[in-house]
Each structure stands twice: as C-alpha cells, then as structure tokens.
Design a protein. Structure first.
Length: 268
C-alpha cells in the first residue's frame, strides 16, 4: 500500500463537548484520508464542526472516540510537523514581524542551527510573503492582510509537513484575499506541503483544492460528500472563471450547501 495516499487518516472520529446544558455532540462518524501534498478544503455552514475537525488534526484537542494518524503515528498533541494559521493571525503585538516569525523558527530549529541560520530562515520566510520591508514593524503598524501574511510566513518557516489553516483570509477584503490566495497557490506549489483549510468561500475552495470535504450541518456533523477537484495546476484565477469544469465543481458545492444542507434558521 502507498502510505503517501493515506498520509493523514481519520478513523471513526467523534467529538463531544461537555457544556452547562449537558453533552454537545459536535462531530460523529468522521472517516477521511488525505494524501501527502494534497490541498484539502473543509467547507460547510457555521456550526458544522469545521474548526473542531481542524483542531483535532492540529492536536489542539483530542477526539472523544476514534483515532487520527499522521504518517502512521497517532496525533496525540500539537507537533512541529503540523503548523496552524488562524483567522486572527495570533501574532504577539509587542514583537516585530521579524521576531514573531523568528519565534516559531527558533522553536523548531533552535537546538540544531546557529543564530545566523535562524536569522536567514526568518528573512527568507518574510521575503516569501513579500514582507521584507515590514520586518521591523509591529503588528499594530501594519494592515490586516500583512498581519495574515506574517502568520503564514511563520507557519511555513517551520517547514511543516502539514499546514492547517482556519479561514485564514476570512477577515480580509476581496482584493487582498485574492492576492493571498494566489500567493498561497505559488508557495504550496514550491513547498509541496499538505494543506487542510477551513473555508466558507465556495470559489476559494474550488480555486485552491484538490479535494473539497463538505460537512453536514451540526450538531453531530459528519462528512456529507467529498468532491475531487481535477483542475490542472498551476491554476490561473481569470482562466478558471471561464472553465466549464470550474463552473461544474462550483455548482456541485453550492448545490450541496444550499439545497441539500440548506440552513434551517432557528426561530427560537
């Protein structure tokens, strides 16, 4: 068997949270394999457990039942091979952009590399996301899009085998979002990282992914359907907009979200 095709494995995963009102079943019966180097989007309505699932893969929380494996090893907590980019970039406001990135690098490579090597890695990471000029600025002095790029630089600089992203572009304006999506496509093509990304955005999912995992509505959400996106890479946003295949994939996701999983608004 080719282990690369089952690089990340989720087997019968279930997640239940204890709340003041009793047990809340967030996820149930999750079975999913992800290949090495694959870009997987998790999509679904709010409250369908997308972030819960991402946190499980990150090892930030542990499942109530079932098992998660990465490279045939159980995910029992966070690890340097899995880096997370959150929607709110989670930078330390008192550190410069350089120091925010350097911190992550030091954690992974500090014991084995010289100060000069760590600095070179940090400079290279900021250059990769076009932020060399902002290295000495603090988060409060730069735009939301730039902050998000620092977060991505920090994650990528740790050379993770798996990049986990929780709506990384969710809070950005459309133009910044498009620019960062295009940069992400370029970076992932170079690094061959395995990427799992939570998104609400149908076009983002189709543009970026090899596989779109569509979640049913919570509580007790599960995987409703997995769509393979067989569009050639490198992908060009403008060309894709006119592609019949692109439109077909887009329609399949919209159909799932708005017809079969139409959100029943609670009136209570």
């Amino acid at each position: 068997m080719n282990h690369d095709s089952k690089y990340i494995q989720l087997q019968n995963v279930e997640q239940t949270f204890k709340t003041t009102k009793g047990l809340f079943p967030a996820l149930r019966d999750i079975h999913l394999n992800m290949a090495k180097g694959e870009f997987v989007a998790l999509i679904g309505h709010s409250g369908c457990g997308k972030s819960t699932l991402l946190n499980l893969i990150a090892g930030l929380t542990l499942p109530t039942a079932g098992v998660l494996l990465c490279a045939n090893r159980e995910i029992a907590g966070p690890g340097p091979e899995r880096a997370v980019v959150f929607q709110n970039h989670s930078l330390l406001p008192w550190l410069t952009c350089f120091d925010n990135v350097h911190l992550g690098i030091e954690r992974v490579f500090g014991k084995t590399e010289t100060k000069a090597q760590l600095k070179a890695r940090t400079d290279a990471a900021l250059a990769m996301v076009g932020l060399s000029h902002a290295a000495q600025k603090r988060p409060g002095e730069i735009s939301g899009g730039m902050k998000q790029r620092v977060g991505i630089a920090r994650a990528l600089a740790m050379e993770p085998k798996v990049l986990l992203m929780d709506e990384p572009f969710g809070a950005l304006d459309a133009l910044t979002r498009a620019k960062l999506q295009d940069e992400l496509l370029d970076i992932v093509a170079r690094t061959h990282s395995t990427v799992v990304m939570v998104t609400h955005d149908v076009d983002e999912a189709v543009l970026l992914s090899d596989k779109i995992v569509m979640m049913t509505n919570g509580p007790a959400a599960t995987i409703g359907e997995v769509l393979s996106v067989d569009l050639p890479r490198p992908r060009q946003r403008v060309e894709l907009a006119e592609s019949a295949d692109y439109q077909r994939y887009r329609k399949a996701v919209i159909d799932f979200l708005y017809t079969r999983q139409a959100h029943v608004e609670k009136t209570a």
